[in-house]
Design a binder for this molecule. Structure first.
Ligand SMILES: *Cc1c(COP(=O)(O)O)cnc(C)c1O
Length: 407
């Protein structure tokens, strides 16, 4: 183990250096813009083994279904390109059932039953708008309630002859008060005979939504599971089959390869035997190391905060008093990202004067790099004056990166 860790440490940057990519340490979480997560050797081997061979894809997806069923308690499941794709395919399956002609007609002709009811406070962006994933299926978003309050009668009133499905989004991005509790949401949808789809892309709870009555649940394979890029659709056998059928239509552009299916199966298998308590303990120790590295710095306060959706994961929140620290949280986040290696912090709420450090994607040896870099940068606040754009960078999400690419 020690030897393995030592060689992993030596090899931390050789790939970046060889290709001329800038070195980065990801303390922001599972971010698409940084390559989401890193896979274990077992996952990488499973992926590589599939690359050199042919296999019947339906057979491979049937194996994935069996693994998904064991992982989630679902009747069945399949894999697609991403969770975002999974949302579109799940909705499309609810619209067309097992009719291939109707599947081929999407998204242009979804027929009259094509509305998807979603609480307005759940219409967030996860890098792209939830509404876009709905629209790609040929469906129409039917918002329920107002942004910070959705009431039972509003959901009831939205469900009718035109409803194909009701979508429930679980995310730190959604509004966290005034929303309909999941069990109530399911009960109302059941009254109306409407299937419930849950976007649980980032949720460690792989069984709870199905146990509580969800018909289909969507997860990312490449987030906490540490698989290759992919989306997991799990749930009722009839709806899973209907969603899988969409590969003859809109699903074609959302295709997943054999290598990613093989890797995702290995990642799911690994998750079922992972020592979750040991991983958690190591993460907690890392947070304590970081907190002590910056303790007592002027204008800097840190606290350990729980994950907002209840995932078994804590983060270190670093709160900045600019008058005493010499600069703002936004300037610190930018300055940390300018170091070598760059420290990419979690900055969704930077305008509130803090950023967070997420330990879940650290590689061996990086805990100390983070501690040292943090201490050095946070100690030198006056050297990192806020620049125009420091706050907007976080607020504009990935858009600036796309506009700047090859510009
Ligand atoms: C990450 C995320 C998605 C998108 O997942 P991908 O697999 O990257 O497409 C969708 N919904 C939520 C809530 C997410 O957190």
């Amino acid at each position: 183990m020690a030897q393995h860790e030592a060689s992993a440490r030596d090899d931390l940057w050789s790939w970046h250096d060889r290709h001329g990519f800038r070195r980065i340490v990801n303390v922001s979480g599972t971010m698409t813009g940084l390559g989401a997560s890193v896979a274990s050797p077992a996952v990488r081997e499973a992926t590589a083994a599939a690359m050199g061979r042919f296999v019947r894809m339906h057979e491979l997806q049937a194996r994935a279904s069996a693994t998904i069923a064991r992982l989630t308690g679902a009747e069945a499941g399949f894999l697609t390109a991403s969770a975002s794709a999974g949302i579109s395919l799940a909705i499309a399956g609810c619209i067309t059932g097992l009719d291939p002609a109707r599947a081929e007609a999407l998204p242009a002709d979804a027929g009259p039953r094509r509305e998807v009811a979603v609480q307005l406070g759940h219409l967030c962006g996860y890098g792209a708008p939830v509404e876009t994933a709905i629209a790609l299926a040929g469906a129409r978003t039917r918002p329920v309630g107002q942004s910070t309050l959705a009431m039972d009668h509003q959901l009831r009133g939205a469900l009718g002859e035109a409803t194909a499905a009701a979508l429930y989004v679980v995310s730190h991005h959604v509004v966290h008060y005034g929303q309909i509790p999941f069990t109530t949401f399911v009960a109302i949808a059941r009254e109306r005979g409407v299937p419930v789809i849950v976007d649980a892309a980032s949720e460690y709870d792989l069984t709870g939504f199905l146990e509580a009555g969800a018909d289909l649940v969507v997860y990312s394979a490449h987030k906490f599971l540490g698989g290759p890029t992919g989306g997991i659709v799990a749930g009722r056998r009839d709806l899973v089959r209907a969603a899988y059928l969409q590969n003859v239509g809109i699903g074609r552009g959302m295709k997943i390869g054999k290598e990613s299916i093989a890797g995702a199966i290995a990642a799911m298998e690994a998750w079922m035997v992972r020592d979750h308590a040991a991983v958690r303990a190591a993460e907690e120790a890392t947070l304590a190391l970081w907190a002590s590295a910056i303790a007592g710095l002027p204008g800097i306060t840190s606290r350990i905060v729980p994950d907002p959706t209840g995932n078994p994961l804590s983060r270190l929140q670093v709160e900045v008093d600019p008058a005493r620290a010499g600069t703002s949280a936004a300037a610190f986040a930018r300055a940390l990202a300018e170091q070598d290696p760059a420290l990419i912090v979690r900055d969704h709420e930077i305008e509130l004067g803090y950023f967070q450090l997420d330990p879940c994607n650290l590689l061996p040896g990086q805990d100390r790099i983070v501690a040292d870099t943090l201490a050095a940068v946070l100690r030198a606040g006056a050297a990192h004056a806020e620049r125009p754009g420091d706050r907007a960078r976080a607020r504009n999400g990935g858009v600036d990166g796309y506009l700047g690419w090859l510009a």
